[in-house]
Ligand binder design. Sequence first.
Ligand SMILES: Nc1nc2c(ncn2[C@@H]2O[C@H](COP(=O)(O)OP(=O)(O)OP(=O)(O)O)[C@@H](O)[C@H]2O)c(=O)[nH]1
Ligand SMILES: [Mg+2]
Length: 197
Amino acid sequence: MRILLFGGFLGSGKTTTILQIAKYITENKHETVALIENEIGEAGIDDKLLADSGLQVKPLFGGCVCCQITSDLITAVREINETIKPDWLIIEMTGVAIPGNIAKLINEYCNFYTGLKTITIVDMARWPELKEMLEPLVTSQLEKTDFVIINKVDIAGADREEIINDIKGFVSDVPIKVASAANQLPLAVIEEVIDFA
Ligand SMILES: Nc1nc2c(ncn2[C@@H]2O[C@H](COP(=O)(O)OP(=O)(O)OP(=O)(O)O)[C@@H](O)[C@H]2O)c(=O)[nH]1
Ligand SMILES: [Mg+2]
């Protein structure tokens, strides 16, 4: 079972991205995907997206995937590994989780996986505002991750290059893609996210 852990601040585009990746894996690779969703039902947005996706989704718990209740996450990951046994497990974290920290815990307590990758989604349209208000959270989400998608380039302002460069300054030596998930992620980006070679 390979695990993809998606992080990034509230509303950055995690669900939009995850649905495309899950669809690609099931339709193009013909492999199975299980999904752990944070905060399902709370905003109502994810329920609708998931209902429209045509994917079979089983919400496992309604809590948030953050440090305080990580034991629930660990339990859910173990249960999925033992019962559903999917080829892939995709986890959407809450907007306040730090992907690298959650990955460390999964590494420690669920090391039966065959691959683990963290992907951080950044809303570039809100980056200056979020960085000002929520540093170090939003920068930690970038520093401790294996892959970065700088999202919502379609609504970024004229200062987009400046913002992209600022974001890149917080990312260590991992792939960074600029995209607009709402307008379909390029297949090359999806393929790179799920590439464990
Ligand atoms: N303009 C634009 N909007 C986007 C893009 N990607 C996602 N959105 C919109 O942003 C909003 C939030 O997207 P989600 O995918 O639900 O984001 P999320 O990170 O899962 O949100 P939470 O789970 O609430 O933290 C939705 O209204 C999306 O349609 C994008 O590339 N461009
Ligand atoms: Mg979501």
